[in-house]
Design a protein. Sequence first.
Length: 170
Amino acid sequence: MKTRWQELRSKYWISRTSQEKRFIVLAISFLLPIIFYFLLWQPAHSSVTKLNKSIPILQSQSIKIVDQASEVNSLRHRPVLAALDSVALKSSIIDSASRHQLSPSITSIDVLKSNGLHITCDAISFASLINWLHELEQEQHIRADSISISALPQSGMVKVSATLTNGIVQ
């Protein structure tokens, strides 16, 4: 390697005149800072600016991930709910409807094959319906898989057709 370097030096540098050598040194001393700026300093400086802008976003995302991880951990330790069969589901819904004083509003409860119930109400208060469905979801984990709501002429009253399950897919 050393001999190769000496060959290149003798071939290209030693054979140059002093004026050419001085011009080459001045050109290198002028171009080297420009090359350093455009290839190293400017990209690094713009990257630092971009990183300074993205750090708060990444920190907030990190906080969200930590919160979600703790929520996942708490959900993992929740007891698994037993699947209610149609009879138990019907009994639970009838009890809940009577506690909310909605039994007179329910016109029919039909048991479905897929561990669900189909409920129809000809006239029920919309607010009462929403509160009742929310209570079923929160306390008994019974949810509305499908629901059809039609407004009635009386203010706040609706006609409802809904399919309820306890959230266990079978």
